[in-house]
Design a protein around this ligand. Sequence first.
Ligand SMILES: *[C@@H]1O[C@H](CO)[C@@H](O)[C@H](O)[C@H]1NC(C)=O
Ligand SMILES: *[C@@H]1O[C@H](CO)[C@@H](O)[C@H](O)[C@H]1NC(C)=O
Ligand SMILES: *[C@@H]1O[C@H](CO)[C@@H](O)[C@H](O)[C@H]1NC(C)=O
Length: 265
Amino acid sequence: MDGVHHTLIQLLILKLLSTGVFGELSSTYMYNILGDDVNMPCKNLVYPVNCNSVGWIHLKTGSRNAIQQVSEGKVRVDSNRAERLTLKPNCSLTVHNVTSEDVGKYRCQTGNIDSLTHLSLLTISSSTPESDLKPDYPLTLRCTLHTPFGPGMCRYGELDKISLGWVDQTRADLQDVSRYHFTVHSTCDITLNVTLQREDINRRWTCQLTDKGKVKTSIYFHSTLSDEKEENSDVDKWVVIGVVVFVAVFVVITTLVIFTKRTRK
Ligand SMILES: *[C@@H]1O[C@H](CO)[C@@H](O)[C@H](O)[C@H]1NC(C)=O
Ligand SMILES: *[C@@H]1O[C@H](CO)[C@@H](O)[C@H](O)[C@H]1NC(C)=O
Ligand SMILES: *[C@@H]1O[C@H](CO)[C@@H](O)[C@H](O)[C@H]1NC(C)=O
């Protein structure tokens, strides 16, 4: 009897806390790149933890309908993403090998205060055909953060504090070098323009996301300039020519030696 009383009071306090003190959901922001495994926390669990009463819903970018991904502690089999989803013992949800399909808001329903995770994906797209990656040609790379609000949309709440930037292999900002040109479509959508040089052979162009000055994630584009391949095939050509000349000279000398010996006899 005492125990029941206790639980009732606890529930009352929790109800008060969820509606009064914490009017908002507790939000988490996650920034990832293609192929990452992402673990989203389910906060405010009632102890002892029992995930059988936990649900997870996903609201995709641009969609009005939330999709139930987990109900009563089980990943729903009718979800086509089921094999990439795992519910952990602490009721957090792991999405394996994330794709752009996974971007959006995830809400963990505990019966207590729900927790909300904003899952965003950082991408680089190159508008330069691979065959045009050679010295004196322009390279145009666009770095975009796909947020639950849409591509390059990071104007709300927490998302204000983040920014994107292009850096070199030593993590130095490219912004300060006059060779590079930037187009800022928004804080979360920036384009790098550069005329390629011979020194750019085998180079990484990195776009990094910082949150209040701390690097949260980064993605890179690898430029392999076709100039290098041409040089390689040139080298191959000379090797072949060298071998042919060597064999020819060898044959001529051998023939001469044999001929000289025969005429001496
Ligand atoms: C939940 O467990 C996973 C691993 O199973 C761990 O990575 C994650 O940090 C845990 N989350 C919390 C909120 O404790
Ligand atoms: C991740 O997903 C991509 C397709 O989106 C697939 O090609 C790749 O094999 C997957 N990787 C793993 C480790 O499952
Ligand atoms: C970037 O390069 C493209 C292709 O050469 C060019 O059309 C565009 O004007 C350039 N933009 C900037 C900002 O330099």
